[in-house]
Design a protein around this ligand. Structure first.
Ligand SMILES: C[S@@+](CC[C@H](N)C(=O)[O-])C[C@H]1O[C@@H](n2cnc3c(N)ncnc32)[C@H](O)[C@@H]1O
Length: 384
């Protein structure tokens, strides 16, 4: 078998009840698997893949505890992030003072046709950060393909059972029957793609996992540098009673592409845009297709020295994005226009578009929480 021997398991007599590996006792001399709470439990990948994947659990990390299913290399790189305080990452000192985990402006409730969902219980203001969450489980994305099903299930079950509160994960299963498993019923339908130590992982954020998808969402997800915590921010004012939604797929896609992107989540989307009339969907798709084509034309025009044409296309794209309500996608266009104007030595226009880009970026929280100085040059440098 390619399962690496786990000594405590190996020594266990047949029929002996399965026990979790012993936890480090407080004050006890640290074992060599520090800082993890349990001895890492490892399984090799499929034959031909030399990588081994292990479960690394840490209690009192994240919300209460966190399990990573990843390579020892990635696990080693995440150690420096385990004590991160997500409030300091996502909130300004003033916002942090006002933050309360108990007094949340939303609740979880049944939503017809979608299972459960999250609904605002108070007014949530445009650009407010109103939910902060930390991964309970994060797993290397190649795992679902590179291993036999039973090995995967073993790793995910171990990752879950070693958490302080496994219910936070298992409660997300929509199956009423017992005998299911975490990977098929919870991870695949509830996790988000995130980079951990620059390696793509799927991460389960138990509170965010209750937020349903909408193609024109009222909120969005921001990841921390470690990829292990997230903040949810409002795109616009959200009224009490309104369902909170995020997009599970990249913004700006046509209905067919959104449909493809949502396949792995295993549901037929019933959001406003998916249930709109054929003609409304066609109008929106036509604009989005035009954005894609105009972006290509703009790049070509720029490459062949037709700066005026590129600028004209840039304005057309901005107009289409505004009509589609795709504000976050405007920043890139503003930056491109700033660069084009700068190249033509039209400094005033360049500054104008740089200001517009910075405003959207700042509002969305992408410039961090500190009052750093940003100007045209720095903006262009960071985007090139
Ligand atoms: C991340 S979970 C969201 C919370 C979930 N509704 C629950 O009850 O736990 C994703 C699942 O919610 C449902 N869902 C999310 N967005 C939906 C939508 N726009 N239309 C229909 N079902 C949706 C699907 O069953 C999907 O697999």
């Amino acid at each position: 078998s390619s399962i690496l021997l786990n000594i405590p398991d190996f020594l266990r007599q047949k029929n002996e009840p399965i026990e979790l590996p012993s936890k480090r006792k407080p004050g006890h001399q640290a074992a060599n698997w520090t800082p993890w709470t349990y001895q890492p439990f490892c399984i090799e990948g499929a034959s031909g893949l030399s990588k081994k994947y292990c479960v690394f659990t840490k209690h009192h990390a994240g919300r209460d505890s966190m399990s990573l299913i990843t390579t020892p290399e990635v696990a080693a790189k995440t150690i420096e992030y385990l004590a991160d305080d997500p409030l300091s990452i996502f909130l300004s000192p003033k916002q942090k003072d006002k933050w309360s985990w108990a007094n949340r402006p939303y609740g979880v409730t049944d939503i017809p046709g979608k299972g459960k969902g999250v609904v605002a219980t108070r007014l949530i203001r445009k650009y407010d950060t109103f939910m902060i969450d930390e991964a309970a489980i994060a797993a290397d994305i190649v795992l679902p393909n590179s291993m036999t099903h039973s090995k995967k299930v073993q790793l995910f079950e171990r990752a879950t059972s070693q958490l302080i509160n496994p219910g936070i994960v298992t409660n997300l299963s929509r199956k009423a029957t017992v005998g299911g498993n975490v990977v098929d019923e919870v991870m695949l339908m509830n996790s988000f793609d995130t980079d951990v130590a620059e390696v793509p992982h799927m991460a389960l954020f138990p509170y965010v996992a209750r937020i349903n998808h909408a193609c024109r969402p009222n909120a969005f997800v921001m990841f921390s540098p470690s990829g292990l915590s997230v903040a949810i921010k409002a795109y616009h004012d959200i009224q009490p009673g309104e369902e909170i939604t995020i997009s599970y797929v990249i913004l700006g896609k046509t209905s067919a592409d959104r449909h493809d992107g949502l396949k792995r989540w295993g549901f037929t989307c019933t959001c406003d845009m998916c249930s709109a009339s054929r003609s409304e969907i066609a109008t929106s798709d036509a604009r989005r297709k035009r954005v894609e084509n105009a972006q290509k034309e703009m790049t070509d025009a720029w490459r062949t020295g037709k700066a005026q044409k590129a600028i004209k296309l840039g304005h057309e794209i901005i107009d289409l994005l505004e009509k589609e309500g795709l504000t976050p996608m405007l920043t890139e266009q503003y930056v491109i226009l700033a660069r084009l104007y700068l190249a033509l030595d039209e400094r005033k226009e360049a500054e104008e578009y740089s200001e517009l880009a910075l405003e959207v970026l700042r509002n969305h929280g992408f410039l961090g929480t500190a009052d750093e100085e940003w100007d045209l040059e720095r903006l262009i440098r960071s985007f090139s």
